[in-house]
Design a binder for this molecule. Sequence first.
Ligand code: CU
Length: 163
Amino acid sequence: MIKKMTAKEIAGVLGVVLVLVGLPLLLRAWQAGTLLETPYPPGTRIITLTAVADGGIWTKEDVVGHNYWRSKPTRVSKIEINQGDHIVLRLHSADVLHSFAIPVLRLGPVDVPAGHTVELEFDADRTGVLTFLCWQMCSPEHPKLRGHFLVKGSESEEEDDEW
Ligand SMILES: [Cu+2]
């Protein structure tokens, strides 16, 4: 025979479900920075990059156990942005001390230690290619830790000049 649940039992079950579902969602929203008002101007583009020494990879993925040890996160080597964008970079390291720089903008090098979020900002005010790289000898695959921002202009004023 199935016993009918009392109101107290239903409230208890709902409380547990709320914590089990709500807490991870809250944590996720907090990590994504959507809970708090951002201090950035409207139209700011936030790009999260994580450095992985094993394989020399910059990735946009969250690097957690399975995609560090079992598979590899997807390498990001080209990121398209638009002229006039204000870019906020949120940088992470999945393992060792890395360092981030965009030499042509004289941005960085700035240390990116594991377990920390480092923010850098820049304005993409000219079209062209901005190479970013790791500035710290972090592993034998350190030279692979580089990529490019491709700054696109509007169709009419496509210049494609090198910075
Ligand atoms: Cu490096």
